[in-house]
Write a protein that binds this ligand. Structure first.
Ligand SMILES: Nc1ncnc2c1ncn2[C@@H]1O[C@H](COP(=O)(O)OP(=O)(O)O)[C@@H](O)[C@H]1O
Ligand SMILES: [Mg+2]
Length: 233
């Protein structure tokens, strides 16, 4: 397994949010982390990268990062794209990409601005535009592209389709499938089941900080009870 998480618990102050979360992502696999608003998807990502108080096991390429610092986790090749878009508004698209540049990493796909412009053609047309003068969807794509400049071997993407126009959602799905073809492993949180079906091999469903379902997309497709109980209509 590329990423194997088990017995993961997390807290905000005294409030425990995650309980014994277990999930894994194989090499080149796309796994969807599903669940309604407030289920604990973003907290799971923050716990994996060490941004909240957490306990448990986070094995990344066989190394336990369950107690590692956030910067060490990023250096190990685990990329994280948070829900809120983090671009430098004063810098151009091209400059934002350079900020993310890291050395190539053995066993992980290597990205350059030109390959990323092919992945996100919109960005190609605005490479000299300041980040602050882009739409939310374009900023989302730039955040992902900048993360890829670090040549990660696995990326956590927190709700990449959120707030995007339908046409941009399709472009995002195409880009994610292209990343998968390059050999990247992805764990993607989603509330949009249609979008998740386009891109994922397997799904894990959270509800109130616990895993309620883990299986293939076909198994989820066949299980109406699970969908009705744990996913937004
Ligand atoms: N900074 C925070 N402080 C306290 N509680 C939080 C914080 N962020 C999220 N929560 C709570 O943690 C739970 C899980 O939230 P979150 O992981 O953001 O869910 P999701 O991403 O699935 O919508 C929710 O009950 C939410 O209210
Ligand atoms: Mg969230």
């Amino acid at each position: 397994m590329k990423l194997a998480v088990s017995d993961l618990r997390a807290w905000y102050g005294p409030a425990q949010i995650l309980f014994d979360v277990a999930l894994d992502v194989g090499p080149g696999e796309v796994v969807a982390l599903l669940g309604r608003n407030g289920a604990g998807k973003s907290t799971t990502f923050k716990a994996i990268v060490g941004l909240v108080e957490r306990r448990g096991r986070v094995a990344f390429e066989g190394r336990d990062l369950g107690a590692a610092e956030t910067h060490a986790i990023a250096r190990a090749g685990l990329g994280y794209v948070p829900e809120e878009r983090r671009i430098f508004t004063e810098l151009t698209v091209a400059e934002n990409l350079e900020v993310g540049r890291q050395a190539p990493r053995p066993g992980a796909p290597t990205w350059e601005p030109e390959t990323l412009y092919r992945l996100f053609p919109n960005l190609s047309e605005m490479r000299n535009r300041p980040g602050g003068r882009m739409s939310g969807g374009e900023q989302q794509m730039l955040t992902i592209a900048r993360t890829l400049m670090g040549n990660p071997s696995l990326v956590l993407l927190d709700e990449p389709s959120e707030g995007l126009a339908p046409k941009i959602v399709e472009e995002m799905a195409t880009a994610i499938l292209a990343m998968k073809r390059e050999g990247l492993s992805l764990l993607i949180s989603e509330q949009n089941l249609h979008f998740a079906k386009l891109i994922s091999d397997r799904a894990v469903i959270l509800e109130r900080g616990r895993v309620r379902f883990a299986g293939t997309m076909a198994e989820l497709e066949a299980d109406e009870t699970v969908r009705d109980s744990f996913l937004a209509m």
